[in-house]
Write a protein that binds this ligand. Structure first.
Ligand code: C2O
Length: 534
């Protein structure tokens, strides 16, 4: 193992998409940003220098950060932001992980343009558990707004209503031609016939789950969220913001050009977005003026396509990569996740859309929680996050009228090595919606999933404790529930939130605080000397 040094200069860069130009926040002037390469067991040092007018932090999404919570990155959770003109070195070791992850800004809505891939190769001499691909290609899916992204969310917060959706989706930063800008270029993936390619697909979008499809080709899923899966073939993958999926693409005897598409998946009745980003798969040495189009692109509300895909995911669970799902549970939690409305005297409509977990709409502190925890600073957070909803009701039916959301910076406390079972139950207070929930600091096992209300008497009998998928971001189905299990083997303060950025902004977030253990390797390391101050 070795030490890898990276320098991320956060700079503004004029960028043209959809036939118009605007300055965007970038790392090293690039959109998407540079790929961070490392090997399992490597130590990575990334010096982030802030040359822009915004406060900045970077999160290494899915990296376990064992005992190094100071390098995790969510603003005011594990660190104060890097202020304009300042820098901070993120220093972490990659332990027991290999595959594709992503890095992204974790403050304001800067993630829209401040993101990139993390590629973790296996240790030297350790092969993939599938045939070695001829080539590997990073494919980052994202969004593009013609206007300033911070203005979009600020306007929404002033109005109390939902923000504008993006003007386009992107594949490796390019939307492809659209009616309003036919000259807009798209990503071109050059391939040779008769080879196997590995696509490392990342959804870095702020607010959209996406379908990804290539005309005339099947994809074999081999890994999600840097965890190997039992390989399975599919026409379409579905990927939520924060998730990553590695697929093998066999080029066979193809020739010419094929359309590649990333289109939105929204199983909510309030969906308003239907833009598709396009790219081309181009067999080198062959001519074709137009690309073969998709025969049956999934419609935006193709919930069965998404469910099929999600139900097909299984951990590899081999001798080399065994599944270690906790079989006993120290904390049995049920968290409702959903949107709601609160009265708002300054909003034009008198109401404000909010989001909550167990009726707590999380309030961001002004001191980083990890520092408050480490230094025993009182008054920053309380550790009374409710283990269950304050009032249980028919979550997917008619809600009672007396549900008030409270605001607070509430954490749930775990002791080192405690095991947790967490039911995430969607509520349909405004409308049922799919919430991709991301947990920092851990991988978890997704042991069960269903529609309607979770039933603690009958549903546990159906849990998969043998080869459930292990990951860091999971979709809670619209009008349904998902159950995860994890072991709290990482001391620190760990954020959990919906990875739809607008829902995070509205309050669909909380954090776990995990106390140090007794052993020498069970406590949080001391903070680095250059840790930014608030
Ligand atoms: Cu990828 Cu807390 O985020």
């Amino acid at each position: 193992c070795r030490i890898r040094h990276y320098k991320f200069n956060v700079v503004m860069k004029n960028t043209t998409r959809l036939c118009s130009t605007k300055p965007i926040v970038t790392v090293n002037g690039r959109f998407p940003g540079p790929t961070l390469y490392a090997r399992e067991d490597d130590t990575v040092l990334v010096k982030v220098v802030n040359h822009v007018q915004y406060n900045v932090t970077i999160h290494w999404h899915g990296i376990r950060q064992l005992r190094t919570g100071w390098a995790d990155g969510p603003a005011y959770i594990t660190q104060c932001p890097i202020q304009p003109g300042q820098s901070y070195v993120y220093n972490f070791t990659i332990t027991g992980q290999r595959g594709t992850l992503l890095w992204h800004a974790h403050i304001l809505w800067l993630r829209a343009t401040l993101h990139g891939a993390i590629v973790i190769l296996p240790k030297h001499g350790v092969p993939y558990p599938f045939p070695t691909p001829h080539k590997e290609v990073v494919v980052i899916l994202g969004e593009w707004w013609k206007s300033d992204v911070e203005a979009v969310i600020n306007e929404a917060l002033n109005s109390g209503l939902a923000p504008n959706v993006s003007d386009a989706h992107t594949i490796n930063g390019q939307p492809g031609p659209v009616p309003t800008c036919p000259s807009q270029s798209g990503f071109n993936l050059k391939v040779e016939p008769g080879k196997t390619y590995m696509l490392r697909i990342i959804n870095a979008a702020l607010n959209e789950e996406l379908f990804f499809k290539i005309a005339g080709h099947k994809l074999t899923v081999v890994e999600v969220d840097a965890v190997y899966t039992k390989p399975f073939k599919t026409d379409t993958i579905v990927i939520a913001p924060g998730q990553t999926t590695n697929v093998l693409l066999e080029t066979g005897r193809g020739s010419g050009k094929y359309l590649v598409a990333a289109s939105p998946f929204m199983d909510s009745p309030i969906a308003v977005d239907n833009m598709t980003a396009t790219a081309t798969l181009h067999y080198s040495g062959t001519l074709a003026t137009s690309a073969t189009t998709l025969t049956n692109p999934p419609p935006q509300n193709a919930t069965p396509v998404a469910s099929n895909f999600i139900d097909s995911l299984r951990s590899l669970n081999s001798k080399e990569y065994p599944v270690k799902v906790p079989l006993t549970v120290d904390h049995s939690l049920l968290f409702t996740v959903g949107l709601g409305v609160n009265p708002c005297s300054t909003c034009p409509n008198g109401i404000r859309v909010i989001a909550d977990i167990n009726n707590v709409s999380f309030v961001m502190p002004t001191t980083a929680l990890l520092q408050a925890h480490y230094l025993n600073i009182s008054g920053v957070f309380t550790d009374d996050f409710p283990a269950n909803p304050p009032i249980s009701f028919n979550y997917t039916g008619t809600q009672p009228a007396n549900l008030q959301t409270m605001n607070g910076t509430k954490l749930y406390r775990l002791r080192y090595n405690d095991t947790v079972q967490l039911v995430l139950q969607d509520t349909g207070m405004i409308a049922p919606e799919n919430h991709p929930v991301h947990l920092h600091g851990f991988n978890f096992f997704a042991v069960g999933r269903g529609l309607g209300n979770y039933n603690p008497k009958t549903d546990p009998a159906k849990f998969n404790l043998v080869d459930p998928i292990e990951r860091n971001t999971i979709g809670v189905p619209s009008g349904g529930w998902t159950v995860i299990r994890f072991r709290a083997d990482n001391p620190g303060v760990w954020f959990m939130h919906c990875h739809l950025e607008v829902h995070t902004t509205w309050g669909l977030k909380m954090a776990f605080v995990v106390d140090n253990g007794k052993g020498p390797n069970e406590s949080l390391l001391p903070p680095p000397s250059d840790l930014p101050k608030c």
